[in-house]
Design a protein around this ligand. Structure first.
Ligand code: SF4
Length: 565
């Protein structure tokens, strides 16, 4: 029996993303203000903790990102004057349709992609700054503390979180530096783990928080930062693209943002409900860069950073219940992102603030039950979050019938206020991984990528293979620890999956973690998991056609270091 230290807090936030940092900061201020002004019934000092699996706040935070500042302004009205790390206000919006050879600029920017008044930000830097604000307000921040399990009582009330053990070797044995994880007890635990949170996934399953909701669908964004030799792309220009290289059946699009100091931030989003089993989101992005317009933009430049992250794109219909006894969900792990606008930072911040107001009320009432915390849902419903999400509630499902119907549907919804009169109901009934077709449906023989990406070469100048890109994500994991990608039945990999889908994990993982290798020279192959490459994007947990990959938190501090991304 392992002896564990127990630490008691009033509130523990799991994940130092924009939602939870905003929530922790807002709560600390609400309590302070109350204690200073209330004549009676003071709450007293409360202990707030934020735990983060990365080596520092922001290390695992990756986003485009153009931020709608309305929520940050509610949290910190003078954030500009206070020195929030903003790359640039958006000065210009471009929307391009890419054919294989040409870039056609739309005379009008679609309203959801108009970004005037917004800011280009590095979300890594912004969360670092919010972390400092939290510490100034007295919040305890614990980096290198991954949430490994939620703690429950016999009535399934959440009592807190157990952090991961340190110092376990790859065989599961204790090393000399072994330290057991700590039990952090809290009146309320707030999960803000980002898309497909590992604790959130288990909580939702255990308590049935997704009952009556549609399955969540996701996209994955793959991005690089480039240093340009001159001012060819102005700081503050935002370009979004549609078309090349996605086929018309696959949801996808690109972005190019002008950052400071001639740094270009570009990336490509691929819907994780694609049909072709040979699709590789990293290859889609590399192909995107070979488009004559993009290649010219990058000529003479140097790739300096790489990252990948999933996005919860299902929206309004796919949001789970966001409260239960002793627990709340914030930000992307609750599905607050507006996929039509490609924006979720504003709603993440707002959800954190609303969670803080809910907890503040619960502290006053000394009641942390689901009945009390239900007021979080009411707050979210009456804030600007839900009206914004309701207007685009059928956006993503429209694209399940291909790009053109998706665009028609998007246009129509401006007039219908988001209604689709049940046209897409059938499409919402299954998760994205179920869309993947077998190799035979496409006439493919085996898993050779060249069958789809006939023109793609990795030249090391414009296009890079996954291993080179991963090097630029500054990923680090101690190699002597248990593998954190749990494949529940590896027999499937060398038999059914090889035959039916050609082991798509080798392609949908943007970090070359999964590899089918020769096994004993008799023509058989087995799965090798290069877990130290993992950039924690969660694509494998989402897109595996048999749903047998379970991503769990590795030892604290491991993973990418998304400095400046
Ligand atoms: Fe992403 Fe999974 Fe690959 Fe890690 S192993 S980088 S979570 S797809």
């Amino acid at each position: 029996m392992t002896e564990r230290e127990t630490l008691e807090f009033d509130v523990v936030f799991v994940g130092a993303g924009p939602a939870n940092l905003s929530g922790a900061l807002h709560l600390a201020r609400l309590v302070k203000q109350h204690n200073e002004t209330a004549a009676a019934d003071k709450i007293g000092d409360i202990e707030i903790a934020v735990i983060e699996k990365g080596a520092s706040v922001g290390a695992h935070i990756l986003s485009g990102a153009v931020m709608d500042p309305k929520a940050l302004r509610e949290l910190i009205p003078d954030f500009e004057a206070q020195g929030a790390p903003l790359e640039s206000p958006v000065n210009e919006d471009f929307f391009l349709y890419l054919t294989p050879k040409h870039a056609i600029r739309s005379p009008i920017t679609p309203p959801p992609l108009k970004n005037h008044g917004y800011y280009i930000v590095s979300l890594n830097r912004l969360t670092g700054w919010l972390g400092e604000k939290c510490e100034e307000a007295g919040v305890n921040i614990f980096p290198e503390f991954p949430g490994a399990d939620l703690l429950y009582d016999d009535a399934d009330r959440v009592l807190g979180v157990r952090t991961g053990d340190k110092g376990i070797d790859k065989e599961g044995k204790r090393k000399p530096n072994y330290e057991p994880g700590v039990d952090l007890l809290a009146k309320v635990t707030v999960l803000g783990e980002g898309p497909r949170g590992s604790l959130t996934k288990k909580l939702v399953e255990r308590l049935g928080l997704d009952e009556g909701r549609e399955p969540q669908v996701y996209s994955v964004g793959v991005k690089e930062l480039w240093e340009l030799p001159d001012d060819r792309y102005p700081t503050g220009r935002v370009t979004h693209t549609l078309g090349f290289p996605s086929d018309a059946q696959t949801y996808g699009g690109g972005w190019i943002y002008g950052m400071q100091n001639r740094v270009l931030n570009l990336g490509y989003v691929t819907g994780l409900d694609y049909k072709d089993p040979l699709i590789d989101p990293h290859a889609e992005f590399q192909l995107f860069k070979t488009h004559p317009y993009i290649a010219k933009l990058l000529e003479g430049g140097k790739m300096i950073r790489y990252g990948a992250k999933t996005i919860a794109a299902g929206g309004y219909f796919a949001m789970p219940r966001t409260y239960a006894d002793g627990v709340l969900l914030t930000g992307d792990c609750a599905g607050f992102l507006n996929s039509q606008r490609l924006k979720g930072i504003h709603s993440a911040i707002k959800s954190g603030m609303l969670a803080a107001e809910t907890i503040f009320e619960a502290l006053l009432a000394r009641d942390f039950s689901a009945k009390q915390l239900q007021s979080y849902e009411r707050r979210v419903n009456s804030s600007w979050i839900i009206p914004e999400l309701r207007k685009v509630r059928n956006f993503h499902t429209g694209f399940r019938h291909g790009r053109w119907l998706g665009l028609v549907n998007t246009g129509l919804q401006f007039f219908t206020g988001g209604r689709a009169w049940g046209i897409f109901d059938r499409d919402r009934a299954h998760a994205g991984h179920a869309e993947m077709q077998k190799l035979s449906a496409y006439g493919y023989r085996g898993d050779k990528l060249e069958q789809r990406y006939t023109d793609l070469r990795f030249d090391g100048k414009l296009t890079f293979n996954k291993v080179t890109d991963v090097y630029h994500a500054a990923v680090g994991h101690d190699e002597d620890q248990p593998v954190h990608l749990h494949v529940l039945d590896t027999n499937i990999c060398s038999t059914r999956c090889a035959e039916e889908y050609g082991n798509p994990c080798q392609r949908f993982c943007p970090a070359a973690v999964y590899e089918m290798v020769e096994d004993g020279g008799n023509g058989k192959r087995r799965l090798q998991i290069n877990f130290s490459n993992c950039v924690h994007c969660k694509t494998c947990d989402i897109m595996d056609p048999y749903q047998i990959i379970n991503w769990v938190t590795p030892e604290g501090g491991g993973g990418p270091d998304y400095k400046g991304l």
